[in-house]
Write a new protein. Structure first.
Length: 255
């Protein structure tokens, strides 16, 4: 008797999904839980928030949650090292060059789940740190991609980055429009993402709660007010502009 025709699903290598909840060392707050739902519902989510709002913490938590539940096979973390992606002047290999800029990522990973197990997956490259300059040409399949410091990703880089998303993957793009380190702030490709909310599968969330010292929020407001007053007109109609000051990493910021 001939066997029945098999559909493709029979031969499909289905993932063994872990059903029980993952126990993290630190829990999300209510605002972050709502934002997490948005990330899980969409293929790509832009996460906007001020310094200390927990953007990267949230993205890493969702990535680890999906990874340990076997809903994705890999976690990719990418971050612009410096405003112009110049790594060559730093000593060491790529990992050693990137480590100073990746310290916040490692901190969030270890804070959520513990150093020993995270290091094991880093060594196995199940959790991979990829310099933004090296993302071009790759396709990330069945992966969770965390893009940190996305306000320093240019329009061209952002377009190339979004095009790397493969089947079965999600991307969380974290940024703060108030902390653009690019010499020309209009080169940032992050703010444009807020216009893509009408696309199916693209979500935008904003985190408002501050997780750092209570004074941080007030300080950031003052600095934002100062940036908005870069050009001041005196009573005699003379226009004054705040000078561009060079930051330690070589970028420029107007004050």
């Amino acid at each position: 008797m001939p066997s029945k025709h098999h559909t493709d699903d029979v031969y499909k290598n289905k993932k063994r999904v872990r059903k029980n909840n993952i126990k993290f060392k630190v829990s999300l707050n209510e605002e972050q839980k709502i934002a997490k739902d948005c990330i899980l519902e969409n293929a790509i989510t832009s996460i906007q928030g001020r310094a200390g709002s927990g953007k990267t913490f949230l993205a890493v938590q969702v990535a680890l949650d999906m990874f340990f539940k076997k809903e994705v096979d890999k976690i990719i973390v990418t971050r612009p090292a410096v405003s112009d992606e110049s790594l060559g002047f730093l000593p060491g290999d790529i990992k050693e060059k990137m480590d100073p800029w990746l310290a916040p990522i490692y901190h969030n990973l270890y804070m959520l789940y513990g150093k020993e197990k995270i290091d094991k997956h880093l060594e196995a490259e199940d959790i991979e740190i990829v310099p933004l300059a090296f993302v071009r040409g790759r396709t990330f399949v069945d992966s969770f991609i965390v893009v940190d410091e996305a306000q320093n990703v240019t329009h061209t880089q952002m377009e190339a980055l979004l095009g790397r998303l493969g089947k079965g993957s999600k991307m969380a793009i974290c940024g703060d429009k108030a902390q653009v380190d690019l010499r020309n702030k209009r080169d940032s490709g992050f703010e444009f993402l807020s216009t893509l909310g009408d696309l199916k599968g693209f979500g935008n969330v904003e985190l408002l709660k501050n997780h750092r010292h209570s004074i941080v929020k007030d300080l950031l407001v003052r600095y934002e007010e100062k940036r908005e007053l870069k050009v001041v007109k005196k009573s005699d109609s003379t226009t004054y502009e705040f000078p561009l000051t060079k930051n330690w990493w070589g970028g420029y910021q107007a004050f």
